[in-house]
Ligand binder design. Structure first.
Ligand SMILES: Cc1cc2nc3c(=O)[nH]c(=O)nc-3n(C[C@H](O)[C@H](O)[C@H](O)COP(=O)(O)O)c2cc1C
Length: 441
């Protein structure tokens, strides 16, 4: 039987394209309008997507470099992801609700409690995308003058995840007897006090939220470093990967999955979902026309601001000239800088061509063509052991999801690659990943 794919929809800022807000059919302030998110989530749910996904940063991650770029960027205002998911939860029934939260600028108890609560409200559809944050701008919003260094951040993240998962095990599934006659509310044997004392956290517990309907909320992770992969292999149910090159993706896939044995986990217990931007038309020409229209919407200043973190200020260089070597930067962003530089070298792109290409969907794999072209590519990646599914990263919404659902989903189904009905009630059941045993079992 053909392997079925998992599908997510990533919807931050209502689209990955840098100039999406300028598209003639896009509501420019849509990323602050709840109904816009509800509309795209309903479309994804009707098409039986596994989950919607909200990336996040806790601040405006730009110093307006080059000057004037920030006032032209859509990345200034948005809705806070957990608040948004809480509003979406009662208006949806089956689709998973995944949001990003930082281990650097939160406390584990807060995260365990908030995601635990969304999980209760949604009947077991919540997921947490674990990030450590990466910008100084975020640090400035949380009493720091600069971002925590890499080692400390990841050390804190590992302990953080251990505490959160421990708190989620505070109550056994059958703890609450609610015996009105005897007056017993819960069975004392089935409540567990975490009593965590570590390097970064001291958390007694128990958590004041009952056990998750899906055992515990889904854990998502997106790191590529050694330690990022280790956290994924030990704890995650899903990895969100940004890969453009099939061979690179295969290597990453087997690297993460082979580490799982060390933690007593099976390779199928974790799904690797690759970011995928599909610009799809009824014909290849129609798809190309859509691409060119989108490319024309990127203001050069905004394009240069995208390259700023990797290359510094390029505004004194000719836009149609070659791309210079990346500068030294954040460890976590080095890989993007390298990827951008290599892409420009390989394709002979100028500065303008580079920002037009990566301004489409940043690091994510982009396919332009008909539904058959898109599905050919998706199948090739799944068959080659490079992906278990895809997190769709549309250029602009709602059009990106509407096109995907109208053209790509039927073609996936025609080839037996995507469900026609949800298999279960919870996100965990639909993803088909096992429920981790309670640490007190
Ligand atoms: C596909 C993808 C999505 C990510 N989403 C976020 C995000 O929403 N918020 C965030 O702060 N970092 C995000 N990151 C950054 C990662 O959490 C991480 O900091 C970065 O990839 C460096 O990881 P590494 O040090 O393990 O290589 C994302 C990374 C990738 C590859």
């Amino acid at each position: 039987m053909k392997k079925k794919m998992k599908l997510g929809l990533s919807m931050r800022y209502l689209g990955y394209h840098l100039g999406s807000w300028r598209h003639p059919e896009v509501l420019p302030d849509g990323s602050s309008v709840f109904e816009c998110f509800l509309d795209v989530v309903k479309t994804a749910e009707n098409a039986k997507f596994d989950m919607v996904f909200l990336a996040d940063g806790i601040g405006i991650r730009s110093n307006d470099e080059p000057r004037g770029s920030l006032a032209r960027s859509r990345q200034n205002v948005e809705l806070e992801p957990l608040t948004l998911l809480s509003a979406l939860a009662p208006l949806t029934k089956n689709i998973g609700l995944v949001a990003t939260a930082s281990t650097t600028y939160n406390e584990p108890y807060h995260i365990a409690r908030k995601y635990g609560s969304i999980d209760q409200i949604s009947g077991g559809r919540a997921g947490w995308n674990i990030v450590t944050s990466w910008s100084d701008q975020e640090a400035w919003n949380f009493n720091r003058s600069e971002h925590l260094n890499y080692e400390t951040r990841y050390e804190r993240a590992e302990e953080f995840v251990d505490v959160v998962t421990g708190l989620w095990d505070s109550w056994d599934a059958d703890s609450f007897v609610h015996d009105k006659n005897s007056g017993i509310f819960y069975d004392e044997e089935k409540m567990h006090v975490l009593g965590h004392v570590g390097k970064h956290f001291s958390v007694r517990g128990p958590l004041s939220v009952r056990r998750s309907p899906q055992g515990r909320p889904i854990l998502v992770q997106a790191g590529t470093s050694e330690i990022g992969q280790r956290i994924a292999a030990q704890h995650s149910d899903v990895v969100f990967a940004a890969k453009q090159d099939l061979e690179d993706a295969q290597k990453y896939y087997s690297s993460v999955k082979s580490r799982m044995r060390d933690f007593g986990r099976h390779a199928d217990d974790l799904l690797i979902m690759v970011g995928l931007t599909a610009i799809v038309g009824r014909t290849r020409q129609e798809a190309q026309d859509k691409l060119h229209q989108l490319e024309s919407l990127i203001d050069p200043l905004v394009g240069l601001s995208l390259l700023y973190r990797s290359f510094g200020d390029l505004s004194h260089l000719p836009l149609d000239g070659p791309v210079p070597l990346p500068r030294e930067g954040h460890a976590g962003l080095q890989s993007s800088a390298r990827l951008y530089y290599d892409l420009a070298q390989k394709n002979g792109w100028s500065i303008r061509q580079l920002y037009k290409k990566i301004g489409m969907a940043q690091e994510h794999k982009t396919v332009v063509g008909t539904a058959e072209d898109v599905v050919d590519e998706m199948e090739a990646w799944v068959e080659a052991g490079a992906a278990d599914g895809f997190n769709v990263t549309p250029t602009h919404l709602p059009h990106g999801i509407n096109d995907f659902v109208e053209f790509v989903v039927p073609e996936l189904r025609r080839r037996g690659r995507f469900r026609t009905e949800y298999e279960g009630r919870t996100l965990r059941e639909n993803l088909g990943v096992p429920t981790p045993a309670s640490r007190y079992a």
